[in-house]
Design a protein around this ligand. Structure first.
Ligand code: CMP
Length: 189
């Protein structure tokens, strides 16, 4: 798929004209990452926004003693890295590739100029950040109010809805018992 063809499938850019998407495509750089690779680490300086064209990325927070907690699993059409690009602070989490990624990268100046020229993208971005904040609030409440078995059950139901195949609740992708533990803030045991 061409850059522009891919951009028409990204929810953040819905409704934009082909000319605007072509102009955006001219500012993007293509990147590929292998499974297991980190695109960046928590606390790195951040200057780029990433659009996932194929593959999967795990967004992970690490404690001072090295324990990991996944905060999101992102797939084709999703973006990440916007927080540092918007507020000019270090990366809030690590982005690690779980299935080979093909991505397009936009630098801070390019993203800012694009948002100013296309306010509807800023509106879509605000909606999507509100959804992420809602999800983060829910994870915080779950960690406080639900025990581990209930968090596991909820996480499996969420995975089935978001990455499960349409037949039954078969879950696609590399979410093993360790992965499930990282998603609910527990250990495999
Ligand atoms: P940034 O802080 O630049 O780098 C880490 C990225 O992880 C962050 O931008 C977001 O793109 C992404 N991220 C952080 N927290 C969440 C979350 N709760 N849901 C989805 N993505 C997140």
């Amino acid at each position: 798929m061409t850059d522009v063809g891919f951009l028409t499938t990204v929810p953040l850019f819905r409704g934009l004209s082909e000319g605007v998407l072509r102009e955006l495509a001219s500012r993007l750089r293509e990147r590929r990452y292998r499974a297991g690779e980190a695109v960046f680490h928590q606390d790195d300086p951040g200057g780029q926004l990433y659009l996932i064209s194929a593959g999967q990325v795990r967004i992970t927070m690490t404690s001072a003693d090295g324990r990991e907690r996944d905060v999101a699993l992102l797939n084709a059409g999703d973006y990440f890295g916007e927080m540092s690009v918007l507020d000019d602070s270090p990366r809030s989490a690590t982005a690690r590739v779980t299935a080979e990624v093909h991505a397009f990268v936009l630098d801070r100046a390019g993203f800012h100029a694009f948002l100013i020229a296309n306010p509807e993208v800023a509106f879509h971005l605000a909606i999507s950040l509100a959804k992420r904040l809602r999800h983060a609030d829910e994870m915080l409440a779950d960690a406080t109010f639900l025990d581990v078995p209930r968090r596991v059950a909820k996480s499996i139901a969420h995975l089935a809805r978001t990455v499960g195949r349409p037949l039954g609740a078969q879950i696609q992708g590399p979410v093993d018992q360790d992965g499930l533990a990282r998603l609910v803030g527990a250990t495999r045991e």
